[in-house]
Design a binder for this molecule. Structure first.
Ligand SMILES: C[S@@+](CC[C@H](N)C(=O)[O-])C[C@H]1O[C@@H](n2cnc3c(N)ncnc32)[C@H](O)[C@@H]1O
Length: 312
């Protein structure tokens, strides 16, 4: 079968990487990994490549010498090639979906649902409008369809029921281009090929294992800011990070994350750590608490820790 060109895909919200579909067409479930340990090892390697890619891109922005730029561009091409050879974003998503299988702990919505029930949200007449970012399956909230209205999005949709959409490009409350006259098109401030407009804010947003997917600490902060922008006052944010991002980082721990979230206007309702994951449920107060910035700050200097951080 002739490979078709996929549209460019944002890897870290800034840069676009075109995934080679010839490599994708070689992706078969059997290639996801020989075992769960092997799959996890390869997913981790993919994360490393994303981070390397982001670092090189931001390095490129601050470099002017032609020789250095050539060297950076060739390293970028090499990292992109390696991601493509692994099967690109599509392979990564399929492998991550495998990690959601019941035998491997299930998807993280299973922790969120009882929290929402505890808040009485299953008893309301109106359905809870939930934006699920980084949705690998449209069936994650299938059992809760009676009371949850899910809008699943992903950079690379795996199913027709999932919108192919960058979370960072979503805006609330504007009329879509398709409904505008051509005169209105001229002064449109957004590139509507990218921007998806929703009429009303969301009552809940899920960012499960999405913030850590982004390679750049500032862009991770942008995702949390964007969540605040898209939520109703009192809206809920479900955040899941690999536990190592919190428990084993030089730059982030529970206390620092809470300070960042409070600054953005969130109060923490619940948190729960398992061996692998850190789950958090926040309520948005409706406005940010301060303009304080949180730069990358060394909290733990001992060796053996990772460099995960979030910057706002
Ligand atoms: C590890 S998967 C997470 C899957 C799932 N949410 C879970 O909890 O297992 C990360 C997903 O987030 C998606 N993603 C990352 N940044 C995104 C963005 N800005 N907008 C939409 N989806 C994004 C990626 O395409 C990828 O499919």
């Amino acid at each position: 079968m002739e490979p078709v060109a996929l549209p460019p895909i944002h890897i870290d919200g800034q840069q676009k990487v075109t995934i080679d579909t010839a490599a994708l067409s070689a992706v078969k479930l059997g290639k996801l990994g020989k075992s769960s340990v092997d799959t996890r090892r390869r997913i981790n390697h993919f994360h490393t490549l994303i981070k390397r890619y982001s670092k090189l891109e931001s390095h490129k922005q601050t470099t002017s010498a032609a020789d250095d730029l050539d060297a950076i561009n060739s390293q970028i091409a090499q990292v992109s090639r390696e991601m493509t050879e692994m099967g690109g974003l599509d392979w990564y998503q399929k492998a991550s979906l495998l990690g959601q299988c019941k035998q491997r702990g299930g998807d993280t919505s299973r922790w969120l649902v009882p929290q929402l029930q505890e808040l009485g949200l299953d008893k309301r007449e109106k359905k809870l409008r939930l934006l699920e970012v980084g949705a690998l399956s449209s069936r994650n909230y299938e059992k809760e369809r009676r009371w949850i209205d899910v809008v699943p999005i992903d950079l690379n949709s795996q199913e027709p029921g999932i919108y192919q959409q960058d979370f960072l490009d979503i805006k609330i409350g504007r009329v879509e281009k398709a409904e505008q006259t051509s005169a209105e098109d001229d002064d449109d401030e957004f590139d509507n090929d990218k921007v998806q407009l929703f009429e009303s804010p969301f009552e809940a947003i899920s960012l499960s294992l999405v913030v850590n997917f982004i390679g750049d600490p500032g862009r991770r902060g942008d995702m949390l800011r964007q969540a605040a922008r898209l939520l109703t006052p009192d809206g809920l944010l479900f955040l899941v990070l690999p536990r190592s991002c919190i428990a084993n980082s030089r730059y982030l721990d529970d206390e620092r994350l809470l300070a960042i979230m409070e600054c953005l206007g969130f109060v923490q309702l619940q948190s729960h750590h398992t061996a692998k994951l850190a789950h958090y449920l926040y309520r948005f107060t409706g406005s940010s608490a301060s303009n304080e910035s949180f730069k990358k700050k060394l909290l733990y200097s001992e060796g053996g820790r990772n460099n995960f951080s979030i910057v706002i």
